[in-house]
Write a new protein. Structure first.
Ligand SMILES: Cc1cc2nc3c(=O)[nH]c(=O)nc-3n(C[C@H](O)[C@H](O)[C@H](O)COP(=O)(O)OP(=O)(O)OC[C@H]3O[C@@H](n4cnc5c(N)ncnc54)[C@H](O)[C@@H]3O)c2cc1C
Length: 453
């Protein structure tokens, strides 16, 4: 039996994977490039958060971690849309009782690392993977502090080292037909902060994800346990269109221009963000990438997992959820094939690759939906019709967002196919004359029933 497993990267997915594998009796060594974040003080006022939803929670639940992680989550029941006229509209995410969770990336990672150690994994920090000797199954690490080299022999190796994975690069360099696709969108992002009010309360409704959709860009805000909100401005790096008026990070580069831009676009957010100009000027502007690659595995001894296998843009809030789901599926295959790692890896790749491709494409599509369509009356009417129909016929219709976010039993690739079929029906319904008036009629309901069957 293969016993010693080396995991490159103790991020969100590597840490969870180690819990799954420890529970199966393997000896786990996790190597992390960064220092131990549990021993460091967070830089003041900066907490980056993520939306954890049912796929991620199910994966945590399977190894008994969901309860512990839920303690550091804030439920978000829907989107609060901040319109340009100052009005706010609430759009529930799903049915009554369904919600996604805001969680601090740092706190989640720290907790997962501790849970990994409690389950028997050893984590080595400041160890950066620099090479892999595939013939001898040895991973080379360079210590970021001492610059010493360590060679780790392993029976099995996992690359869980994120979107810019060194393990993936080693795999690619020593593979004669490795497919690789990397795609940057023209938008970057910058994080800003909404502090608590003078009374120490949340400055906005805490149980919602706030969105200021502005067609070509958007600002979003997610709550943190310390009553701050982390805001993210998704904004074009530069204007690639013919429209001279189109704004971009490149154009907004002085205090005056920043103020003018925020006053024109997010006037209700300004009083909530006392330090926005300084944060805008000093916080980094980061890029957003989709990575697709193949194969994810090498015979019976190596696999990529999480962002290393499939990096997504964040607009469906699924990158981490998808990586956690990778761990759950892999574990189900270990249950099925026991120590036959060749079968485990081969089926893992066959199952997960189409699902990762599907959610990567859906995430790109959802950017348009979030920044543009959430403020479009026609789109909102379409959502109302879909929601009404889904309530009347829950066995026949589940909106795409619910399929992706609240239905972990449905594969991403099946959710995408179902979503495409439903979108086709809805585009026909929305073209009907007078749909604005008769959207609640029996005629529409019957027509939709006919179109489904
Ligand atoms: C702005 C933004 C918002 C997001 N929002 C959401 C969201 O709401 N919901 C969601 O589900 N997902 C979200 N994501 C995606 C999510 O962050 C990733 O999918 C998730 O972090 C992937 O986890 P991972 O462990 O695979 O990779 P990472 O979290 O990137 O962890 C990789 C680890 O490997 C380490 N490492 C890297 N190179 C080496 C090396 N050479 N040697 C050793 N260690 C190494 C890194 O230091 C890191 O600790 C968001 C992403 C972004 C950018």
């Amino acid at each position: 039996m293969k016993k010693d497993i080396t995991i490159v990267g103790a991020g969100l997915v590597g840490s969870l994977l180690s819990v799954y594998l420890s529970k199966r009796g393997y000896s786990i060594s996790l190597f992390e490039r960064r220092s131990d974040m549990r021993k460091e003080k967070l830089s003041a006022g900066r907490s980056i958060n993520l939306a954890l939803s049912d796929r991620g929670l199910l994966a945590l639940e399977k190894v008994g971690l969901a309860y512990s992680i839920k303690q550091i989550c804030i439920p978000m029941h829907g989107r609060c849309i901040h319109n340009t006229d100052g009005t706010i509209a609430f759009q529930p995410y799903g049915k009554e009782g369904q919600y996604i969770n805001s969680v601090s990336r740092g706190e989640l990672n720290k907790r997962l690392m501790s849970l990994a150690e409690e389950n028997g994994a050893n984590i080595y920090f400041n160890e950066k993977c620099t090479a892999i000797d595939w013939d001898n199954r040895k991973v080379v690490f360079e210590n970021e502090e001492t610059k010493n080299t360590k060679i780790q022999k392993a029976d099995l190796i996992f690359g869980a080292d994120g979107a810019f994975s060194a393990a993936r690069l080693q795999h690619q360099l020593h593979h004669h037909k490795f497919d690789y696709q990397q795609y940057y969108i023209d938008c970057g992002y910058k994080e800003l902060t909404i502090p608590p009010t003078a009374n120490g309360d949340f400055a906005l409704e805490p149980n919602a994800l706030h969105i200021w959709p502005r067609k070509y860009y958007m600002l979003i805000a997610l709550p943190n346990l310390d009553k701050t909100f982390t805001c993210t401005l998704f904004f074009p790096f530069e204007n690639l269109s013919d429209d001279e008026q189109r704004l971009s990070f490149k154009k907004i580069n002085t205090e005056e221009k920043i103020k003018k831009f925020f006053h024109a676009n997010f006037p209700d957010a300004i009083p909530l963000m006392p330090d926005y100009v300084n944060e805008f000027l000093t916080n980094p502007t980061s890029s957003l990438v989709t990575v697709k690659c193949f194969p994810w595995i090498r015979d019976d001894y190596f696999a990529l997992i999480g962002d290393a296998a499939h990096a997504l843009v964040p607009f469906y809030g699924q990158g981490m959820n998808c990586g956690f789901e990778d761990c759950r599926i892999l574990d189900e295959l270990i249950e099925k094939y026991a120590t036959d790692w060749s079968k485990v890896f081969s089926e893992y790749q066959t199952m997960r690759k189409p699902d990762a491709d599907a959610i990567a494409d859906l995430a790109i599509y959802n950017f348009t939906e979030m920044r543009d369509k959430t403020a479009d009356p026609k789109f909102l009417l379409q959502k109302k019709i879909e929601n009404r129909f889904a309530q009347l016929h829950p066995d026949k219709w589940l909106p795409l967002y619910s399929l992706v976010t609240f239905s972990p039993e449905i594969r991403y690739s099946d959710a995408m196919k179902k979503g495409e079929q439903q979108e086709k029906i809805m585009s026909e319904i929305m073209k009907m004359p007078g749909i604005e008036k008769k959207w609640e009629s029996e005629e529409i309901e019957k027509l939709m029933l006919r179109k489904i069957d």
